[in-house]
Write a protein that binds this ligand. Sequence first.
Ligand SMILES: [Zn+2]
Length: 305
Amino acid sequence: MKHLAMFPLLVLGLSLWAGPQTRGGKREMPFVRQAQVGKAFSVSWDPSGLVNGSACLFRVKPAQALRALHGKWLGRQIFFDFDASTGTWYGLAGVGLDTAAGTYQLALNATALNGAHVSSSHSVQVGKAIYRTDRLSVPRKFTEPDAEMRVRIRQEQALKREAFRRVTAMRLWQGRFVPAINSVTTGEFGERRTFNGKVQSVHQGLDFRAEVGTPVSALNSGRVLLAHEMFYEGGFVVLDHGYGWLTLYMHLSALKVKAGDRVAKQQTIALSGESGRSTSAHLHVGVRWQGLYIDPAILLNLQLP
Ligand SMILES: [Zn+2]
């Protein structure tokens, strides 16, 4: 089920006004800076019940043809594309794990074909997800790294910060995201985990059961941002899908791509393994949208044009 709401649409500027008009013999106000037009944007989103950690597909059906549409949501930019088959603009976004339950505004800014600027704001409800708590055991070096390890961890954090900063303002993904392997999940997104009874963290991805050496494929088309052996992540690949969307693959035993490579959806990028801070052989898949970790399970469920 989709949430559907109609909202008034504001046309800013004078471009729609060709001059004084008459109706029923009466002269209407010809000069207004901001005219309310009796037309509407129709906005809907999937999934209808958004929670912290959700991926979210916004669909906007304008009453008039648009040249461009941009959105602002949770302080981030949403890039919209037009789907001619449905006459709908669609933009993929997310809600961060730390976002509190409440009502947030989706701000839309459009340019109509006639050049008029159109803007509107829409209230969107975000609920609170309930995530599990889990206790795990890993080798001690992962909860009490020595001085040498700590230096390495700091260097790798800098490498990731640099990579994660980039937002490619071009869409490299095409259609829906597909699973990296065909397997069952063994760990959910958002779980609060305690390692060796000491280190606490939130699980920022989805774990899949995978024997060492299982081919791992790209969730969507994109470009390799990072392909590196890391302390915590083990064999690690990060793909950039454009519009601020990244997918992360961890604990790999072999990397089949290098930074800068273009990859197609479902192309094999690595073999799964149990490297890094891993309790057993499995594949960890993470999804980031403009700095926020998003539940891969929700992204994988979205029907994208
Ligand atoms: Zn994991």
